[in-house]
Design a protein around this ligand. Structure first.
Ligand SMILES: [Zn+2]
Length: 135
């Protein structure tokens, strides 16, 4: 394979295309718009409808574990007041997922290609006569 799983992880964590490594997942000048295809290598980023529903779950989980739980623990241990915790939780539950949006999309794409690295165009080879293209 030309693109290894380690490269897929590094590119996913860096919000880069898993196939070519360029920063091309999102349209230039926008925060939330994903490119249909990578302008550099042509990898289809917008896959099937619903493909990125998993990124919403990922975003929700990271927000819950990475932000809301620490705020709740700080309030529980009386390090911060209850009112401040409620304000932080309310504002953070909107702001944190928006800030994490790009990474959640990239991480979801990384997750897919980590388990199916042979689906990357850079890793594909010509299909032999005795093989089908689903392997
Ligand atoms: Zn690319």
């Amino acid at each position: 394979m030309k693109v290894t799983r380690i490269q897929i992880i590094a590119r996913g964590l860096g919000n880069c295309c898993p196939n070519c490594g360029q920063r091309t997942l999102f349209r230039v000048g926008t925060w939330f718009e994903t490119n249909q295809e990578c302008p550099s290598c042509g990898l289809k980023i917008e896959r099937d409808e619903g493909f990125f529903l998993g990124s919403l779950s990922l975003n929700y989980g990271v927000t819950l574990v990475g932000f809301l739980t620490p705020v709740a623990l700080l309030a529980y241990n009386e390090i911060i007041g209850t009112t401040l915790a409620i304000i932080l939780a309310g504002v953070g539950s909107i702001v944190f997922p928006a800030l994490f949006y790009r990474s959640s999309r990239s991480w979801w794409l990384m997750n897919y290609y980590f388990f199916f690295p042979h689906h990357l165009p850079a890793n594909q080879r010509a299909v032999q006569d005795h093989e089908d293209d689903n392997t």
